[in-house]
Design a protein around this ligand. Structure first.
Ligand SMILES: [Zn+2]
Length: 479
């Protein structure tokens, strides 16, 4: 590629000096011993000239050879021609399958400037949508900080969800699949369950035929399907367009998840339920979960949406894997989450004395695990529930500062732990005896964290194989 583009500049410099000398291709060709068409290929950067030919050309045009080989464009217009030629040879333009416009002298300057401008923008956008793991983590951290400022509460999405639910007459209790179908109908869509969804997509919307394709209804597990249908609809209701950056992609993901949660656990009914429980000093995620027929994690996250703005409680939420690594976290109650230098928390290990990890050692999973933990930033009370997936065990925790524990079931627990993290001597650094015993005698191999954000392949929809999706739609739209 580098050689190819250097040839373009070389060719343009030869042409520049030939024109200055007032020679046609044939005239110069005759003097240096090649036919004009051969020389044309060289000037267009499509043939690499031998050194002897270059020396002859330099001599005939009366310019130093080093001048011909200089990497600079001879003038501003030629610089644009070179840029256009390079862009059209690049991998990005070639994926579009469009014809190559010859960057010749006959191209009007406006056309040339316009094409180069479009190529620059195309390249800029493509670079933006390919997020490196660092960019992805940064975008995720920024989003977490923005949500913290808003107390994890998005009133505008609450309003849209409330209106959509009102149209199908749903106010409280578990949102049925029937109601979700009616909501889709109001948007002009039919929900269709298929067992051949593209592997890279969770759902696909056929805008032309008004269909939302979802995985088969036979997949077991809580509110998953209703949630997925609601998330697909949310893209439409919230006016989303194809995301132009990884940050926008994450923002949309957060919004559709928020919308689905706000439908499954409607605002007013949830606030009523939670306020009543608070008055009885009996707040619990498990009751909230069971009242609305959702998973423990969904109920815990929904509680953090409503707790500060509607219940006056600052809280934290943690989803931690069995190795102690954070999978998801939120706090606005001052709990010091472990973070890397960029401020990212995903993949960071939480203190082994926190309830999130202590609960993983329990054998009884039927009830919540309660614990008070003294930390350098104060004492926190936590309620933790553990679960298991194919990827391993995990724990879901919600917690509040000590003074707010009085509103929750489990406040009377006698379990108490001390954590001195982030001081590494708390639970990270081995003591001297252990260190002397094993230093230089141990060789552990790290387990990779699959959940740590990895870059998504570029494309109109990050992470989705668009061809697969279109093939899928093609095979279904005739039915
Ligand atoms: Zn610790």
């Amino acid at each position: 590629m580098a050689a190819e583009t250097d040839l373009i500049t070389l060719g343009r410099r030869i042409r520049h000096h030939r024109k200055n000398a007032g020679l046609t291709l044939d005239q110069l060709g005759e003097r240096v011993g090649v036919v004009g068409s051969q020389l044309s290929l060289v000037e267009n950067g499509r043939r690499e000239p031998r050194l002897a030919l270059l020396q002859n050309i330099a001599a005939e045009l009366d310019v130093p050879l080093t001048d011909l080989l200089s990497g600079d464009a001879p003038d501003a217009r030629t610089a644009l021609e070179i840029e256009l030629s390079r862009a059209q040879l690049g991998p990005l333009y070639r994926t579009l399958g469009l014809p190559v416009v010859p960057a010749s002298r006959s191209l009007p300057i406006e056309t040339l400037e316009s094409l180069v401008g479009l190529h620059r923008e195309l390249i800029r956008r493509a670079k933006r949508s390919v997020a490196t793991p660092e960019e992805a983590r940064r975008a995720n951290t920024e989003l977490r900080m923005r949500m913290r400022e808003r107390n994890n509460y998005l009133p505008e999405i609450e309003r849209i969800a409330t209106e959509a639910l009102a149209e199908v007459g749903h106010t409280s209790g578990a949102l049925t699949h029937r109601s979700v179908s009616l909501m889709a109908q109001n948007l002009g869509f039919t929900l269709i369950h298929v067992d051949d969804l593209p592997h890279s997509a969770r759902s696909v919307i056929d805008l032309e035929n008004g269909r939302i394709y979802l995985p088969p209804a036979s997949i077991p597990g809580g509110h998953g399907l209703r949630s997925m249908a609601l998330q697909a609809m949310a893209h439409r209701l919230l006016g989303h367009r194809a995301p132009e950056s990884y940050a926008e992609f994450l923002q949309q993901r957060l919004e559709i998840n928020y919308f689905a949660a706000a439908c499954l656990m409607p605002h007013d009914a949830s606030v009523r339920f939670l306020r009543a429980a608070k008055e009885r000093h009996d707040l619990s995620v498990e009751d909230f979960r069971d009242a609305f027929g959702v998973t423990h994690e969904a109920a815990a996250l929904r509680l953090t949406n409503l707790s500060t703005e509607q219940l006056g409680l600052k809280m934290h939420f943690l989803r931690v894997a069995d190795d102690g690594a954070i999978q998801k976290a939120y706090e606005n109650d001052g709990l010091a989450l472990p973070m890397d230098v960029t401020g990212a928390v995903e993949g960071q290990l939480v203190c082994r004395f926190w309830a999130s990890r202590a609960a993983l050692h329990r054998t009884n999973r039927t009830t919540e695990f309660y614990q008070y933990t003294d930390t350098p930033d104060g004492t926190f009370w936590c309620a933790t529930q553990t679960g298991k997936t194919d990827a391993g065990e995990f724990s879901i925790s919600v917690g509040v500062p000590f003074a707010e524990a009085k509103w929750f079931r489990g406040r009377d627990t006698t379990v108490r732990a001390q954590s001195r993290c982030p001081d590494e001597s708390c639970c990270r650094r081995p003591d001297d005896v252990l260190a002397r015993r094993w230093r230089d005698r141990a060789w552990p191999s790290a387990r990779l964290h699959a959940h740590i954000l990895s870059p998504l392949p570029q494309g109109e929809f990050p992470g989705v194989d668009t061809l697969e999706v279109y093939e899928f739609l093609e095979s279904h739209s005739g039915q």
